[in-house]
Ligand binder design. Structure first.
Ligand code: HEM
Length: 258
């Protein structure tokens, strides 16, 4: 890889990859960039920002459950009616879903690619001594918290969007559109409430390191901003975890639900 000989003369811009030589057919620029570690890190950072935006907005939207069934169900309907009549009902929602799904898949694909690059390059030392400890801790936990979040989201969709797991272990049934009672039914099951709490703590850890590292990935890593970066990472992670953990606790405490 790094020992490939660059046969190009000075002044001629070569492909982004260090592996490329004159004999290789050149890929489109974005694919060529994505085949490098820097490109993958960019993709992780940008898709990470999209997903951070989603989890923050999703948590804030879910706070509506504290206003009661009417307001919460109305909010869920509002999401389906977004941009009507410019677009037909649910089209804007499906566009968001498409963007979100693309971000999730790209984020996981780039993460997998970077893990493979790291495994193949054990002899290369981490470049920035200053961030070594943070990066080291992040790389040890990010994969596992990422896997927990992915499994949680699959459960969560089956629970509250598709409804297949929503009523398991209860006497009720999932009712599409009655989001308030679906949440109440689901989180009244203690093991499910615990699952939500554990998954959201994993999400908080992932978010903390993700927000911290995305500045590094985008090249905004001036040490002068480290304090600010840490505060932002702590702030976003804390807001999301406190908000999201409050929902199962509120249901179990009888503050939300019937
Ligand atoms: C206790 C915390 C949470 C609660 C109470 C909650 C609640 C809900 C509800 C009620 C829905 C269905 C909305 C509807 O049908 O209109 C939903 C959908 C969804 N949630 Fe959550 N959620 C929580 C945490 C999370 C987290 C942490 C993530 C991601 C990491 C997440 C990702 C999603 C996704 C992707 C959907 C599908 C959205 C769609 O396609 O319409 N949720 N959530």
């Amino acid at each position: 890889m790094a020992h490939a000989v660059n046969t190009r003369t000075k002044g001629n811009r070569g492909p982004v990859t260090g592996t490329a030589t004159g004999q290789r057919k050149r890929k489109p620029f974005l694919l060529d960039l994505y085949s490098t570690s820097v490109g993958k890190k960019y993709v992780m950072a940008v898709t990470g920002i999209v997903m951070i935006g989603f989890v923050v907005v999703h948590m804030v939207g879910n706070l509506k459950m504290y206003l009661g069934a009417g307001d919460f169900n109305h909010y869920a309907e509002f999401l389906r009616e977004l941009l009507v009549p410019i677009l037909p009902r649910t089209v804007a929602l499906w566009l968001f879903r498409g963007g979100l799904l693309a971000s999730v898949l790209l984020h996981i694909h780039a993460a997998y690619g970077l893990t493979r690059v790291n495994h193949n390059a054990r002899s290369v030392k981490y470049q920035s001594e200053r961030d070594y400890q943070v990066a080291n801790f992040a790389s040890r936990t990010m994969r596992w918290t990422g896997i927990i979040i992915t499994l949680f989201v699959l459960w969560h969709l089956a629970d509250l969007t598709w409804g297949t797991l929503n009523a398991v272990g209860t006497n009720g049934t999932f009712v599409r559109g009655d989001v308030y009672n679906n949440v109440d039914r689901s989180l009244s099951r203690v093991p499910v409430a615990i699952l939500y709490i554990v998954a959201n703590i994993a999400l908080g850890i992932h978010l903390f390191h993700g927000v911290w590292s995305l500045f590094q990935s985008l090249g905004w890593n001036n040490p002068r901003f480290n304090k600010w970066r840490r505060q932002l990472a702590t702030g976003i992670a804390t807001i999301v975890v406190v908000g999201n953990v409050s929902f199962p606790v509120a249901v179990l405490a009888g503050i939300v639900g019937n």
